[in-house]
Design a protein around this ligand. Sequence first.
Ligand SMILES: Nc1ncnc2c1ncn2[C@@H]1O[C@H](COP(=O)(O)OP(=O)(O)OP(=O)(O)O)[C@@H](O)[C@H]1O
Ligand SMILES: [Mg+2]
Length: 229
Amino acid sequence: MNNILKIENLTKTYKSAGNTLTVLNNINFSVEEGSTFSIVGPSGSGKTTLLGLCAGLDRSTSGLVELNQIRLDNLSEDERAQIRNQYVGFIFQNFQLLPTLTALENVMVPLELRGEKNTRTRSMDLLDKVGLANRSHHYPAQLSGGEQQRVSLARAFSNDPKILFADEPTGNLDAETSEKMVKLLFDLNRENGTTLILVTHDMELASKTQRIIRIKGGNLISDERTVAI
Ligand SMILES: Nc1ncnc2c1ncn2[C@@H]1O[C@H](COP(=O)(O)OP(=O)(O)OP(=O)(O)O)[C@@H](O)[C@H]1O
Ligand SMILES: [Mg+2]
């Protein structure tokens, strides 16, 4: 099995007021292509930081990140943006929708960037899948938190990513909507072979993935395979 993601000796530090804060400390793991994977750990343990580094949104202080056999840590911001648009879907913990675009336009962005056709129709289909066809012309500020999260999910699906990162994808959803979104994520894995990497506080969701790593205080403290199919 190929590894779609390889992380070696990954460290991230921030400097502030003369002090160095180590947010991630020498992390190592690889993720098999087509698998499902969760990252769990307490608030502030470094999960979002780790996800951002894996997806090439941010750069490590030291260590290697290889996505789809491409080393990200040597690339410029523009080069990483290109790789992300080609291979990566990302559902942000805080959604990161563009405030001046409607829900529909937000979902269209990755498709437009790739110069694809029928972007409007395809994006409407995706909004329909997340139950938001009737909110397509709303701006993010006119949507509830859970609705914004679902737009973020539709956008992450739109470029048919090889690897999908989701940071607390059900954090703002009620039980029923959450179940529907989780089904969409796992269907994408099963039907398209999309590798799924989730950050979650929900152990029931984590246990549906094939592997769980636990981060505490910036250290990887466990790495276990589950009995998930
Ligand atoms: N730009 C930054 N500058 C300084 N410290 C930062 C920065 N970004 C994150 N941190 C610190 O890094 C630590 C890890 O943050 P991160 O957002 O990765 O945590 P998390 O595990 O995702 O938490 P949560 O479960 O609350 O979302 C936190 O203590 C945070 O304050
Ligand atoms: Mg976080």
